[in-house]
Design a protein around this ligand. Structure first.
Ligand code: UTP
Length: 402
């Protein structure tokens, strides 16, 4: 079908106005339109279809106490895998950090007090702990988006990779997804330019694979995926790696114990026997308050976006579609008159995939409990909960000089 017909068939004739565009701009615009995944765009019609959950039951995991008993054993296994080049890490840095309100990549945000200390530097410093302990560099793949790729790369170059061996660092760019208004019309950010945004953190493996860079490290067997914003993050933690390998599971998830039954955090569980993450609002009161034989809340493993994935399994499931979430957002756009609008309230939907949805596809998962005060200091906001302030306090508690 010709592009024009395709657009008409999807009720998107408004995109055909190219008056005033140069030949080059027009070609780039049409190429982008031709690449649209209409199956995804059409999801705006029934976004709630995704939320249907199966039969939810608690999942067994390793508690801090159990890990403590076998720590050295796990560490030996994990450190060996790291030395053999079997463990890589993926830093998810393609987000826009809208809540923090900075236009630069979130990792460049300075959290220092008496000295400059950006988030990227703190993360590399955390990774160095493992490099020093194991005597080997860990391949680090950094996922950026079209919006922040150039700035992120330039920043790492300028800062000389914070001392990390740059031959172990690779960047790759995640895909972008279009946005629609509440009638399903694709939005434009400029004439001849769709309003695109990063397609969520669930696309990391397909983007990494397309970039072809995992093959540059042929020994890789495990990939530790982690978010840019948790500055207490332990990356490629040998104990976690060792425990996951020994468990025979295809995925490991670092989790923290929920502080109270109704805490707003996604929890690991089994859904129809498969590992899955259930959102706090999907838990009934009965489930939220239920306790296991060990006295802990039955659904108490809160996920902190730190997962270890088995690469062989990732390759097997590479072609499978992961769910696309249709999320209401404020999306800047141009209207029919060509005026730029920066909406004050939500005006449309974005399409995002989430890394949590990959856990289910992995088929098995080991919840690995960590101590929240030592490993979880996310920076989402400027002040208040999960903020620069709260993260600074936690870093200082853990002996980091700010
Ligand atoms: P968040 O869900 O906190 O999103 O990302 P965000 O974009 O950083 O921040 P807000 O919601 O706009 O304030 C969790 C992790 O996933 C990454 C982020 O960089 C962060 O490490 N992420 C998110 C991506 O890599 N790509 C995306 O498209 C979205």
């Amino acid at each position: 079908m010709k592009l024009e017909e395709t657009l008409k068939a999807h009720g998107q004739e408004h995109l055909l106005d190219t008056a005033g565009l140069g030949e080059e701009e027009k070609r780039a615009y049409f190429d982008r339109l031709a690449a649209i995944d209409w199956d995804v765009v059409e999801l705006w019609k029934n976004p709630e279809d995704l939320s249907g959950k199966g039969n939810i039951t608690p999942i067994e995991g390793l508690s801090v106490r159990e890990i403590e008993k076998k720590k050295e054993h796990f560490r030996t296994i994990g450190a060996k895998a790291i030395r053999e080049g079997k463990v890589g890490a993926v830093l998810l840095a393609g987000g826009q950090g809208t809540r923090l309100g900075s236009s630069s990549p979130k990792g460049m945000y300075d959290i220092g007090i008496t000295r400059p200390l950006c988030i990227f530097e703190q993360l590399i410093s955390n990774l160095f702990d493992v490099v020093h302990a194991c005597g080997a560099f860990v391949p680090l793949f950094i996922m950026t988006s079209e919006k922040n790729d150039a700035e992120t790369r330039a920043f790492f170059e300028e800062k000389k990779y914070f001392g990390y061996d740059k031959s172990y660092v690779r960047f790759f760019v995640q895909d972008m997804a279009p946005s629609v208004d509440f009638e399903g019309k694709l939005l434009l950010e400029e004439k001849g330019r769709l309003a695109l945004s990063p397609n969520g953190n669930g696309g990391w493996y397909s983007s990494l694979r397309r970039a072809g860079i995992e093959k540059e490290f042929p020994a890789l067997e495990w990939i530790n995926v982690f978010a840019v914003d948790n500055v207490l993050q332990r990356i490629a933690d040998p104990v976690f790696v060792g425990a996951t390998i020994e468990s025979g599971k295809l995925c490991g998830a670092k989790v923290v114990r929920k502080a109270e039954p109704r805490e707003k955090v996604g929890v690991l569980c089994l859904e129809d026997g498969m590992p899955s993450v259930i959102e706090y609002y999907e838990l009934t009161d009965e489930m939220a308050n239920a306790r296991g034989a060990d006295g802990y809340l039955a659904y108490s493993f809160g996920v902190i976006l730190n997962y270890l994935f088995n690469l062989k399994r990732l390759r097997e499931i590479a072609e499978e579609r992961i769910p696309v979430h249709v999320v209401k957002k404020k999306i800047p756009y141009i209207n029919e008159k060509g005026e730029h609008i920066a909406p004050e309230k939500e005006n449309g939907y974005k399409f995002e995939t989430l890394v949590v949805d990959m856990v289910r596809l992995m088929g098995s998962c080991l919840p690995f409990e960590v101590v929240r005060e030592h490993e979880f200091a996310p920076i989402k906001n400027k002040t208040g909960v999960d903020s620069v302030e709260s993260a600074r306090a936690l870093l200082e508690k853990n002996g980091v000089k700010l």
